[in-house]
Design a protein around this ligand. Structure first.
Ligand code: HEC
Ligand code: HEC
Length: 266
């Protein structure tokens, strides 16, 4: 009888561990499933839709009271890192150089919003401040229409439209890999920094990779990489896509982590 009695608690413990692991996997799948841009892998969450979950949307909105286009716009807003500059749900507060979007809906028409997203705003040959990037070559017409629907709906909180979490205490490169997704670098520079995203009117015809011989050769110090990420680089007028100016937007620690991650690439 002795061995059986001591087995009980052990089995109970194992069950708890297995359930916790299952929850963690489901959570991770749901989180990464939010980033349904063309370049990322979409994992569908098995949990029933509408099910309450820690860390889901902050507002009162539920999946059922948001129109599909508005919900899609909210997810696109997160995956293209609009919120990293304009604040969570477009509430501002990130930088004095980036306006909040909450009150834009009543002032701007569909055509004006579409034009701003496609062509950018405030870009100059030598940016010293953040500007609104040119997205036309990168974001599809459907995604832009969804973004406009979401902005005009007043940027409601939508469940699960939240940026990827950044792992802490696991080294700069691990954090940097998550930040590469969180700040939307992946949408323009491709998974693993492989490049290949079209920029048809630019001299190179594509947005450059952040890996490979040429990149390593030209950007052979941390300082050079940091400088271009901070300052950005305007390579032509819209609809040519340029490198956004991230100075004043991305904190120093995050920049260091991004560089550490880029240096792990091929
Ligand atoms: C790198 C930072 C950055 C990112 C990322 C960014 N924006 Fe902007 N955005 C700006 C800045 C700066 C302005 C103000 C430009 C100006 O007025 O000269 C702006 C302006 C705008 C405006 C006009 C606001 C107004 O009051 O006139 C809209 C709409 C907008 N952005 C939407 C978006 C959307 C949608 C996304 C994501 C696809 C996005 N932005 C991503 C920096 C950013
Ligand atoms: C809207 C698209 C877009 C986004 C988002 C974007 N980049 Fe860029 N990036 C570009 C373009 C275009 C260039 C090329 C600029 C040039 O040739 O002067 C570039 C250039 C670079 C370069 C220099 C490489 C080279 O060969 O010129 C680095 C490093 C870089 N980006 C890092 C990043 C990081 C890190 C992020 C995320 C924080 C990011 N980029 C987000 C479009 C983008």
């Amino acid at each position: 009888m002795e061995p059986r009695d001591s087995l009980g608690p052990i089995l109970a413990f194992l069950v708890v561990v297995l359930v916790a692991a299952g929850v963690a996997v489901g959570w991770a799948a749901g989180t990464y499933g939010n980033h349904s841009s063309a370049t990322t892998v979409v994992v569908t969450r098995a949990a029933p839709s509408g099910g309450a979950r820690a860390g889901a949307g902050t507002g009162a909105a539920t999946a059922s009271n948001v129109a599909p286009a508005v919900a899609a716009g909210a997810h696109t807003f997160v995956s293209f890192a609009c919120g990293q500059c304009h604040g969570l749900d477009g509430r501002g507060g990130v930088s004095p150089d980036v306006p909040a979007l909450r009150n834009v809906a009543s002032n701007l028409t569909v055509a004006q919003l579409t034009h701003i997203i496609d062509h950018g705003l405030g870009e100059s040959a030598n940016p010293t401040k953040p500007y609104m990037p040119v997205w036309g070559a990168v974001i599809s017409k459907t995604q832009v229409a969804d973004l406009v629907a979401y902005i005009r709906a007043g940027l409601p909180a939508v469940p699960d439209a939240t940026p990827v979490p950044v792992p802490q205490g696991q080294g700069a490169a691990v954090a940097g890999a998550a930040l590469y997704v969180r700040y939307g670098c992946i949408n323009c520079h491709g998974p693993n920094g492989l490049g290949g995203v079209p920029n048809p009117l630019s001299a190179d015809k594509t947005i450059p990779p952040l890996s490979g011989q040429d990149f390593r050769h030209q950007f052979n110090t941390d300082a050079k990489i940091l400088a271009v990420v901070r300052s950005g680089s305007v390579i032509g007028r819209a609809p040519i896509v340029s490198m956004p100016h991230w100075g004043g937007i991305i904190p120093g620690g995050d920049l260091t982590a991004l560089v550490a991650y880029l240096k792990t690439l091929k």
